[in-house]
Design a protein around this ligand. Structure first.
Ligand code: ASP
Length: 309
């Protein structure tokens, strides 16, 4: 039997049972299940882990519920600046973009950087130029407008504060999206995409597009996609640290992510979580917040989505 697996997340944070209506909860679960099903279908048809994670993240980017693609938060200037990255564990190829505007699916642009340029990481105007060259699908500002995101921004507008869109005790919380997968050839991959933090300025970039911080994949160890306060994930080099603990200390996937999320990250005050997979198909979903939108599906019969602890 083929050993196939996919795991996804839609952000971690203060997601309390009392803060989501049953309808909202169902909407999140349905969006997560759709991404899982579409990506898993690809894997069943023989697609690579890379194609599967790109698909899962694209589906989540197209949903207004998550802080990525269509649902991206507002910057201090009232714009949307998106970050994304993708990595192939079979050959350590990677692609990333940051602070891009108007791109419908930043994860697909990151994939194009990997496949069609000699570079790994393109940012801002340059990345948008490149997007034109590879004919990335673009959208106007209206597409990215969301009343809720706008209201979140209004609360912070004009201040020096910026925040995770799901870090307060407010009613609505949404998040960065990511996926990790294992394909029939035993290859693993990771993808992460985000709108970053509400009211961010000065070209702020989080961990999501940074290879080794918010995203990493290596067949020898694991594939990881993170979500949380990016500044901490960058300083703790979270995704690569998980890989290093497996490679150099011989920890299992579960031991490694526990150490990083529940110990090292917490020690420096970092909140968030990650999803990870190894080449045997072991999946781990770990967070040190109240909740994380997440899901996993594999050829051994697992098929679940969850929000709270
Ligand atoms: N990690 C993302 C960032 O800092 C935010 C998130 O996970 O929601 O940009």
């Amino acid at each position: 039997m083929k050993n196939l697996a996919i795991a996804i997340h839609g952000g971690a944070g203060t997601i309390l049972r009392t803060s989501l209506t049953p309808e909202k909860e169902e909407a999140y679960k349905a969006a997560l299940q759709l991404a899982l099903d579409q990506a898993y279908q690809l894997l069943e048809n023989g697609a690579s882990a890379l194609d599967a994670v790109e698909k899962a993240v694209s589906v989540l980017e197209d949903s207004p519920l998550f802080n990525a693609g269509k649902g991206s938060v507002f910057t201090a200037e009232g714009t949307h600046e998106m970050d994304a990255s993708i990595m192939d564990g079979s050959n350590l190829q990677a692609g990333a973009v940051s602070t891009v505007s108007g791109i419908k699916n930043p994860i697909q642009l990151a994939r194009n950087v990997m496949d069609k340029s000699d570079h790994v990481f393109l940012c801002g105007k340059g990345a948008e130029e490149f997007a034109k060259a590879v004919r990335s699908k673009t959208e106007t500002n209206d597409y990215f407008y969301d009343q809720l995101r706008y209201d979140q921004w209004q609360e912070l507008k004009g201040t020096d504060n910026f925040q995770l869109d799901h870090s307060t005790t407010k009613e609505q919380k949404f998040g960065t999206v990511g996926a990790v997968a294992l394909d029939e050839n035993g290859n693993i991959a990771a993808a992460t995409s985000t709108g970053g933090m509400t009211n961010k300025k000065f070209g702020r970039v989080g961990d999501s597009p940074m290879i080794g911080s918010g995203n990493y994949a290596n067949n020898e160890t694991c594939a990881v996609s993170c979500t949380g306060s990016g500044e901490f994930f960058i300083r703790a080099v979270v995704a690569y640290d998980v890989s290093c603990l497996m490679e150099f200390k011989g920890l299992s996937l579960q031991e490694a992510i526990k150490e990083v999320i529940q110990n090292r990250l917490l020690k420096i005050g970092g909140d968030g979580g990650l999803i990870a997979i190894d080449r045997h198909g072991n999946i781990s979903l770990e967070f040190n917040t109240e909740g994380m939108y997440r899901g996993a599906k594999n050829s051994k019969g697992t098929n679940e989505v969850a929000i709270y602890e």
